[in-house]
Every structure is written in C-alpha cells, then in structure tokens.
Design a protein around this ligand. Structure first.
Ligand SMILES: Nc1ncnc2c1ncn2[C@@H]1O[C@H](COP(=O)(O)OP(=O)(O)OP(=O)(O)O)[C@@H](O)[C@H]1O
Length: 263
C-alpha cells in the first residue's frame, strides 16, 4: 500500500515549521527521515498519521485521502511506534501488544485465537516472548520500545511509521532492530523511520529523505543522498566514508574537527 504526501505545510500558531513537503512511501521500501533537532520530523510524522491536519497539501493512503478515513480504517493501514513510552497503568506486556489488535476486533467481541497468535508471533519476532507476563511499567526504556514495536507488528498494518525507534536501545538491539526493519520491508511492509543516525540509514534504508528547516533537502538512495555536502548542510559536521572491505561503507566524522554544539 502506498502513502503519499503532496505539498504539505504546517505551522504552530503562526510559526511555519513545514513547507512544501512531498514524499511517497511504497510497499517494500524502508525509508529513513533524517534532519537536525527541530527540523520537523516528528511534526511530519504526526501529519502522516492524521494526528494533526496540514495547513496546505494532501495525504493519501492507497487511493483514499487520509482525511476521509475513520480512526479504525487508519489503524488498519498505518501502525505507529512513538518516541514516548510513558505509561500509567501496569498492564501486562501481552495486553499492551494485544491493544494493537483493536482495529481488527469487533466492539464487544474481545480477543480471538488469531489475535493471541498475532501477539505471540510479534513478541517472538522481536525476541521478547519472555517479557509477555511482566508489567509494562516495570520494564526498562529499551524493553518498552521493543514492546511498542511488537504492538505495531501485531496491528498488521501494511505501513509502519517509527519515530526514532532506536532511542534507548542498547548497541546489540539497535542493530537487531535495523535488521528487523530491513526484513519487514523485504516482506512487503512500507516503512518510514525518523532517525538521528545517518549510519543506520546507510545500512538499513532503501531510501533517505533529508529535512532541513521544514523543507525536503534531498530524497533518494542512501548512498547518493548521504553525501558530505548534505551532512554538512544538515548537521554542520564534516564526514567521510570508510570502506570496511566487504562492499560496505560506513560514515564517520572527519578526524581533528571539534565543532561547537548547534541548537
Ligand atoms: N507543540 C508545539 N508547539 C509549538 N511548536 C512546536 C510544537 N512541537 C514542535 N514545535 C516546533 O516545531 C519545530 C519542529 O519540531 P519537531 O518536533 O517536528 O522536530 P524534530 O525534527 O522531530 O526534532 P527532534 O529531532 O529534536 O525530535 C521545532 O521548531 C519545534 O520547536
């Protein structure tokens, strides 16, 4: 299923934070959305999910305008993994993941065998089946992140949107998650993830979109878009590529350049 946005604009009060943003996301693609702090990534994601409405422009999911879909119809098409993992009530992990099945359940029907199978599969796929009976509120930030990704998988929506999904994950889980994202895209999901890590985008994204000051600076294959000029324009950092010998390249900051913080 295709997600497309054309000429989006958005403002908080009168301050424009997105202007003329267009993008497409297709089944089988893993797209990374990169940009400096405050460049508009989370706002764009909120628009794509229909949480806020654009000032101008249109978003379409498949052949329908997003604004014409009910919340339930949206949730059958789009799954979201937020940055914030806060929770108040100590639901069991399996119940949190089961919430992802709500768009598929009837009002009074409750969970069916297939819902429970999807929950078990999602937990298994992310390697956290052993957390199923733990209270969500008692998990670490990284464990909560994995649970929310499992909830999104259980939702069985063809489009998966993740807001900085590796935040709080340890080094191993970051790499396992990037591999999972590649696998999910290969199996047909359309995936958009915002990220602060060009190296993850280079390793795991089929396409990269760069946002600068609320506008699209570049959109294309990772190895073309993540060039030194764009990285300097986006982050004020000089980078170089290092060949690691097996056909892969990694991005590293140039040595001997200490740069001031940009806020
Ligand atoms: N609720 C809000 N009210 C007013 N301004 C906001 C609000 N949320 C975000 N902004 C502003 O909109 C701009 C874009 O913010 P946004 O959170 O979309 O950026 P981001 O790229 O996701 O940033 P980060 O990488 O730091 O998470 C920023 O200037 C921010 O200060």
């Amino acid at each position: 299923m295709r997600l497309s946005a054309s000429h989006l604009a958005y403002a908080y009060d009168r301050r424009t934070v997105l202007e003329d943003v267009s993008l497409e996301l297709h089944a089988g693609e893993s797209v990374a959305l990169l940009g400096a702090n405050g460049s508009g990534k989370s706002t764009l994601i909120r628009l794509l999910l229909g949480i806020v409405q654009p000032l101008r422009g249109e978003i379409r999911v498949g052949d329908k305008p997003l604004s014409a879909l009910s919340a339930r119809e949206r949730a059958r098409r789009l799954a979201y993994v937020p940055q914030d993992h806060g929770a108040v009530f100590p639901f069991l992990v399996q119940d949190v993941v089961l919430m992802g099945r709500m768009p598929h359940q009837s009002w009074l029907g409750g969970a069916r065998a297939n819902d429970l199978t999807q929950v078990a599969n999602a937990l298994e796929r992310l390697g956290i089946a052993d957390l199923a009976l733990r209270a969500y509120t008692e998990l670490s930030g990284g464990q909560r992140q994995l649970v929310l990704i499992a909830r999104a998988l259980a939702q069985e929506a063809p489009i998966l949107i993740l807001d900085e999904p590796v935040t709080g994950l340890d080094y191993g889980n970051q790499h396992r998650l990037m591999a999972q994202i590649q696998d999910l895209a290969r199996s047909g999901f359309a995936i958009l993830q915002s990220s602060h890590y060009p190296e993850h985008a280079l390793a795991a994204a089929t396409r990269v979109i760069l946002l600068k000051d609320g506008r699209v600076l570049a959109d294309g294959p990772a190895e073309i878009v993540l060039c030194p000029e764009h990285m300097r324009a986006l982050y004020g950092v000089d980078i170089e590529f290092v060949d690691v010998g097996d056909g892969r390249r990694v991005i590293v900051p140039c040595a001997n350049k200490i740069l001031p913080l940009v806020v």
